[in-house]
Design a protein around this ligand. Structure first.
Ligand SMILES: Cc1cc2nc3c(=O)[nH]c(=O)nc-3n(C[C@H](O)[C@H](O)[C@H](O)COP(=O)(O)OP(=O)(O)OC[C@H]3O[C@@H](n4cnc5c(N)ncnc54)[C@H](O)[C@@H]3O)c2cc1C
Length: 413
């Protein structure tokens, strides 16, 4: 196939946080890299814009622990290189019913991985956070040191700037229509809707909520990645108490295990407001979005009312923001070779299921490893392979039984 004459070692499609971090990793390794984005850079129609994302090391699934630890170091490295801050450290608090299997698995995973943590009775939670969290008697809190907030738009901009400084070619407002094999020369040709064709030895696709559509066009493969519109809510802190919830003090990032899963961050981006949101939203086509709330606001309000006991105004959020998730059935990432006729020439990274941002530096490193050397060190990719859905349409089996058993044993001893 003829192309425009521009040749690259690697073409990265999609300039959200994953594509931008990958392009930076590739260029650091001396690869001539092109980063292509369908909309404006730093647009608000995908998943990587906004004011805050939580980073936490506590995961019910063991296999995310090492990834978060590496990512945390890479965030620090990148912000040191750029010279401004995108990563604000805090403590982290998980909470929920003491028989919640996911929460018990979090504890088990902390123990297995040697992650320092404290298991707290409800009164101890109230004591540690001086009455700001009031959890029910039947709940438990798990406090850990590695939490914090990453500033998403600023972080994507940081990776794009670093990538540019390393020599990456950046092109926005350029929708990739297809990726085809170059049968003559080898490699791939990336075709855009405005008629450009770029040749790449290899390609990485990080198309976020558009992943299913694009991969279907490229290879016919139907990935089980469901785009979903979600809403972030900011709530007003009662006058006089703002400092108690502010970043930089002892107020933690937090997560509530249960139905719904609720999470929040210390007050940072909007003084006097705190972000408290529900993990989950409304499935949709990313090109025909509802642009509206899919959140069950009533349960969120009740949660805020009971946990913060009047310190946060639960009547209505004062500000909201919309964003896209890309959900897989097991909520684990999809990081793999596209395979088929593309073999190992095209690598995909998607399905980040609402918890990918913190991992962007390590995901960028892994995608760069895969596309350049065909394997990624220090990560068990079986959890992220496309093939898991062929074995089981629901993907990875989340049976926390063993973890919970391990925990019960260790609590008894
Ligand atoms: C409200 C909200 C809260 C979240 N909270 C957290 C959190 O607390 N902690 C955490 O770790 N994670 C969190 N996440 C998840 C995290 O933000 C995402 O996992 C991450 O941003 C995904 O990045 P991405 O690069 O895969 O997708 P995107 O940012 O959407 O980037 C994909 C890009 O590809 C482009 N693209 C698509 N198709 C094409 C094409 N054909 N041609 C060219 N370009 C194309 C898109 O325009 C887009 O810019 C949250 C997400 C949301 C929405």
């Amino acid at each position: 196939m003829e192309y425009s004459g521009d040749e690259f070692d690697v073409i990265v499609v999609g300039a959200g946080v994953m594509g931008s971090s990958t392009a930076y990793q590739l260029a650091k390794r001396g690869q001539k890299t092109l980063l292509v984005e369908q909309f404006d850079f730093l647009h608000h129609r995908g998943s990587s814009h906004g004011e805050s994302r939580t980073i936490r090391a506590t995961y019910p699934e063991d296999y995310y622990h090492d990834m978060v630890m590496e990512s945390s170091l890479l965030w620090e490295e990148a912000q040191q290189q750029i010279g401004y801050k995108v990563y604000f450290k805090a403590q982290h608090l998980d909470m929920g019913p003491s028989d919640n299997n996911s929460l018990l698995s979090v504890v088990a995973s902390c123990k297995k991985n040697g992650l320092p943590h404290q298991i707290l009775e409800p009164l101890q939670v109230a004591e540690k956070f001086t009455g700001r969290f009031n959890i029910p008697e039947t709940w438990v809190g798990v406090s850990s040191g590695l939490g914090g907030v990453i500033k998403p738009t600023k972080a994507v901009s940081m990776f794009q700037t670093l990538a540019f400084q390393e020599g990456v070619t950046l092109r926005d407002n350029m929708e990739v229509k297809n990726i085809v094999k170059d049968e003559v020369k080898g490699g791939v040709v990336v075709v855009t809707t405005n008629g450009d064709k770029f040749w790449g030895k290899k390609c990485v696709v990080t198309a976020g909520a558009w992943m299913r559509k694009l991969v279907k066009t490229i290879s016919g493969l139907e990935l089980p990645i469901q785009p979903s519109e979600v809403m972030v809510c900011y709530w007003r802190i009662k006058e006089g108490h703002e400092a108690e919830f502010a970043m930089g003090g002892d107020f933690p990032t937090f997560a509530n295990y249960g139905d719904p899963y609720i999470y929040g961050t210390p007050s940072l981006e909007f003084p006097g407001l705190i972000k408290i949101a529900v993990h989950g939203g409304r499935p949709c086509d990313p090109d025909k979005r509802p642009w509206g709330s899919g959140v069950n606001m009533e349960s969120l309000k009740q949660w805020i009312k009971s946990i913060f006991k009047g310190l946060v105004d639960f009547n209505a959020p004062v500000s909201t923001q919309l964003c896209m998730y890309s959900m897989t059935p097991d909520e684990d990432f999809v990081i793999d070779f596209l395979g088929g006729e593309f073999g190992k020439d095209v690598v995909i990274g998607g399905g980040f299921s609402g918890h990918g941002f913190k991992m962007a530096p390590v995901v960028g490193r892994i995608l760069a490893d895969l596309v350049l050397i065909g394997e990624a060190r220090g990560v068990e990719l079986k959890y992220f392979r496309i093939g898991r859905f062929e074995d089981n349409p629901r993907g990875n089996v989340k049976d926390y039984g063993d973890q919970v058993k391990f925990l019960n044993e260790s609590l008894k001893s």
